[in-house]
Design a protein around this ligand. Sequence first.
Ligand code: PRP
Ligand code: URA
Length: 213
Amino acid sequence: MGSRKFPNFIQLEHPLCKKDITVLRDVNTQSEAFRSAVRRISSLLAVAISQNFKVKKTKVQTPLELTAGYTLAQQIVLVPVLRAGLGMVGGFLDIIPDAKVGHIGLQRDEETLKPKQYYYKTPKNLKASKVILLDPMLATGGSSSQAITDLKKRGSKDCMFACIVAAPEGLQKMRKDHPDVKIFGAMLDRQLNDRGYILPGLGDAGDRTFGTL
Ligand code: PRP
Ligand code: URA
């Protein structure tokens, strides 16, 4: 459920999620263990997000008889924000294997903390799809807000955002810029430091995922 301050933010209250956030926070966790914890948390997020997906009825032939079945009513499009969002794709596809995958490349300028776009590619017909933006870190909110703006410009009408760690500053910005977008997160952290890093956080998610520290 959303809190009173951030009604659009739904925090996962799953024991396995709490355990794996601790793995991510640990400065001694190496890339391989980091990536697998991100993948497991992403699967838990995918289960929570897909809870209210609409289905439509179909028929399926079993080895014995024809019976009722279901398919998803809407195309699902996952859109990871490069680079760190890539780490979440596998865990989402484990749960939603038919999803299509777009990509948005954004790099935060270390001085201004503003995101710069360097890549954009999404499937056609975003308008009729349910789009899930993936980025483990919601810090100032500049990157995720920009990504959602880009998706809306390309026709998306039904967007959600899945992150792992959120800062209050980022949730505030998302609430102001995109009040229609629900955010699913694994943890709400305390604050940003003066370099725009989340505290207590887990450091630079892209570098820890890909071993570029
Ligand atoms: C990180 C992270 C988010 C962004 C969050 O990416 O993965 O995309 O910062 O910060 P914000 O909310 O203040 O915009 P970064 O720009 O470091 O790129 P990287 O994933 O390639 O390392
Ligand atoms: N991006 C990260 O990867 N980590 C933070 O704490 C903030 C932005």
